[in-house]
Design a protein. Sequence first.
Length: 244
Amino acid sequence: MGRLTDKVMIITGGAQGMGEVHAKKAIAEGAKVVITDINEEKGQKTSEALGEQALFIKHDVTKQEDWERVVDQVLKQWDKIDVLVNNAGITYNQSIEELSLEDYMKIVNINQVSVFLGIKTVSRVMKQQENGSIINISSMNGLVGGAIGYTDTKFAVRGMTKAAASALSPFNIRVNSVHPGVIQTPMLEQEDVKEAVQRFEKSIPMRRIAQPEEVSNLVCFLASDEASYSTGSEFVIDGGITAL
């Protein structure tokens, strides 16, 4: 018996990257996981690899009608929603002068508006159940400065988490944010960034990059009943960077 046995969890942006790792860990802990993503090909492939405890639904997280459709489909499949992980996110490595308004608004819609829509739509179900956990993936850049657009929206997710936690606590719905630092992903192994990552690693108090599973362990804790008295809080997993 895992600590998420029989819980139904939605993970946005779950087709690849950290979302996929969260899904694998949650299933290992006994959850039924709904992977949503705009990338249908990768989403189907990931779902098939995870087995019968996983379901893929194509999902544009910036559209209210897509959220309604996802919730309806999950309820039809498994009759409840215990956990929502708002994981989908993007960034552009551009300066304020270079970043267009169109691209800026794309970051806002995916990183910030999608979290609002997810909380708004899923909380209706959780209120009826009088139980639920919403986990918003922010970043260490929701605490300290970073790339324009990305930092702005990750700060917003942090504030939205607190506002939602306050509003939803009477219904036994917990809302928390997770703030990862630098995570070991294939992107960090690319030759054009590898040297910079190695230099930055030396400045991390713990002197290493986090493994994806370390973030997933935290996500699964917040999804579980073990975190039953935690809400409206920032859970930082950055090796001590923001403590400096």
